[in-house]
Design a protein around this ligand. Structure first.
Ligand code: AMP
Ligand code: ZN
Length: 112
């Protein structure tokens, strides 16, 4: 069995707060939110990092999912931040590709 936490969530072997789900992508609430809205947009298939995924359709679906969340939450004009951390210096801690979606307060923190 995979030891990957996001694979286990995708396989429903461990619980998470699932916000939405399509065939290839799921959206969950981050367990340690850094903003009032902090979601994770996660492909169900396992890619350790962004650099391991060459599926253009899937990569597009991650961004389209962010658009859909923004529309559903009425954040298009107010704003939101999407982030993909890749490898050590970016602070990636879960090695299963995912995109953070953060919103709900001024995100004034440093980008780097
Ligand atoms: P990153 O540092 O970009 O790899 O982000 C990993 C994110 O996953 C962090 O923000 C964690 O809080 C979050 N996380 C880790 N485990 C879980 C979990 N079981 N359910 C929801 N979010 C999680
Ligand atoms: Zn995985």
């Amino acid at each position: 069995m995979s030891e990957c936490i996001f694979c286990k969530i995708a396989e429903k072997k461990i619980k998470a707060e699932i916000v939405s789900e399509t065939g290839k992508v799921m959206v969950i609430k981050d367990i340690n939110p850094q903003a009032p809205t902090h979601l994770l947009i996660i492909p169900k298939a396992h890619y350790p990092t962004l650099m391991d995924c060459e599926d253009r359709e899937l990569l597009g679906e991650l961004l389209q999912t962010a658009q859909n969340i923004a529309r559903e939450l009425g954040l298009e004009d107010r704003g939101f931040r999407t982030v993909i951390n890749t490898n050590e210096e970016a602070g990636q801690t879960v090695f299963h590709l995912h995109m953070h979606f953060m919103a709900g307060r001024p995100l004034t923190g440093r980008m780097g």
